[in-house]
Ligand binder design. Structure first.
Ligand SMILES: [Zn+2]
Length: 401
């Protein structure tokens, strides 16, 4: 039985002025430019040059294995690129209306590692870039590609997102991308500590310092989900990790609780089942951040649930745990107070990028005087930041070897 449509992807970019301007005067549909297939050690890349940002949808099928790519309002003309890498053939399928449908047959099961429209750069026009990675048959499952944006969000650029990177082929020595995510911001202050310290300000300060320290090594590219006091929805934070092809995502938080004696930091990774009630309560509290910003929960949560059972997600979770196992001893070595069981699990929405190992670091309890004093002190910040930098170095050294 054919595996039916797995992915529906819709991508509309702003530039309404440009499109409506063209649309009003245009009798003929716009033409797509050159197409090509790039073969890289870890992926096969399909590229279509475009006259501008266009709406597109992508689906995947299992029998035969293929990606169906629909481009709205664009005529794709021959020649079609010859097969290459994982792509066994490219066909043009007729569709009614002004759009085009491309069928990319693959030589076996695959996953869509990335799909996005890149803006013009280095003399190249707008182009749609689709990256496919070979997987085992069991790994071919329903999964939205990492660069997915809902039409609702696509019109506004996430505040702290960098422009998409040019194709990896041009950056053979690309540094690993690390996304730092200071929790909360704007209308959402997070928790308020004993000295009146707002969690959102504390974690931004940590993230900025961590960025400085990581950039100083020259080994990483650091992207911040926010670098100012602004509100970001949780899915926007996850999208930053996906769009930058991040190799590590670190969300920074600090907690507070009714009992002033409670103290110690913790590192959380994603799990369908929380490690205990307190972990579940914390995740529920953090997941409510969107409501504070007046953002309704979107349909993405349902898709995320299905992602959770997927093998790729499990592999990502293993890497998240591996990073946690490197980070905890570094924190302990620097006398950072930690919870008795410092590696904890819960369903934090912000940790749900399927392809990006992600952890959430709780610096400590702002409701506890000692913790609040430690994490707001220069020495405390230096200790925690140094521990994270060391753990990142170890993590990427291990990955290379
Ligand atoms: Zn928080």
């Amino acid at each position: 039985m054919a595996r039916a449509v797995l992915i529906r992807l819709c991508f509309m970019l702003a530039l309404v002025g440009l499109l409506t301007g063209l649309g009003a005067a245009r009798a003929e549909p716009m033409q797509a430019g050159a197409m090509r297939i790039g073969i890289h050690p870890d992926r096969t890349r399909f590229v279509v040059e475009l006259p501008g940002p266009v709406e597109f949808q992508a689906f995947t099928q299992a029998e035969p294995y293929r990606v169906v790519l629909d481009l709205a309002d664009i005529k794709v003309t021959r020649p079609l690129p010859p097969p290459g890498g994982l792509i066994g053939g490219v066909q043009l399928d007729g569709v009614s209306g002004p759009g085009s449908r491309l069928l990319l047959d693959t030589k076996g099961p695959f996953k869509v590692a990335a799909i996005a429209i890149y803006p013009p750069s280095a003399g190249l026009p707008h182009r749609l870039v689709l990256d496919l990675v070979e997987v085992a048959a069991a790994g071919f499952v329903a999964k939205p590609p990492p660069n997915r944006l809902s039409p609702r969000e696509a019109g506004r650029a996430p505040a702290a997102t960098n422009a998409p990177r040019p194709p990896a082929a041009k950056r053979p020595t690309a540094k690993p991308v690390i996304v730092l995510d200071p929790g909360h911001g704007g209308v959402d202050p997070g928790t308020v500590g004993v000295g009146g310290m707002h969690e959102k300000d504390l974690v931004l300060d940590y993230a900025l310092e961590l960025r400085r320290r990581l950039e100083r090594t020259g080994r990483y590219r650091v992207v911040m989900t926010r670098e100012r006091d602004i509100f970001l929805r949780l899915s926007e934070r996850v999208d930053v990790a996906r769009k930058t092809n991040a190799q590590l995502f670190i969300s920074l938080h600090a907690d507070s609780i009714g009992s002033a004696e409670f103290r110690g930091g913790a590192v959380y990774t994603l799990s369908e089942t929380a490690s205990d009630e307190e972990a579940a309560a914390l995740a529920a509290k953090e997941n409510k951040a969107d409501l504070l910003g007046g953002v309704p929960l979107d349909d993405r949560d349902n898709q995320v649930t299905s992602i959770l059972i997927d093998l790729a997600q499990r592999e990502t979770m293993n890497y998240s745990a591996r990073f946690t196992n490197l980070l905890l001893p570094e924190l302990a070595e620097r006398n950072v107070a930690m919870r008795p069981k410092p590696h904890r699990f819960a369903g934090f929405r912000v940790l749900k990028a399927p392809d990006v190992p992600s952890v959430l670091l709780e610096l400590g309890y702002l409701s506890n005087r000692q913790d609040a004093q430690f994490v707001t002190s220069a020495a405390g910040r230096a200790a925690i930041v140094a521990a994270v930098v060391e753990a990142i170095d170890r993590y990427f050294t291990e990955k290379r070897n």
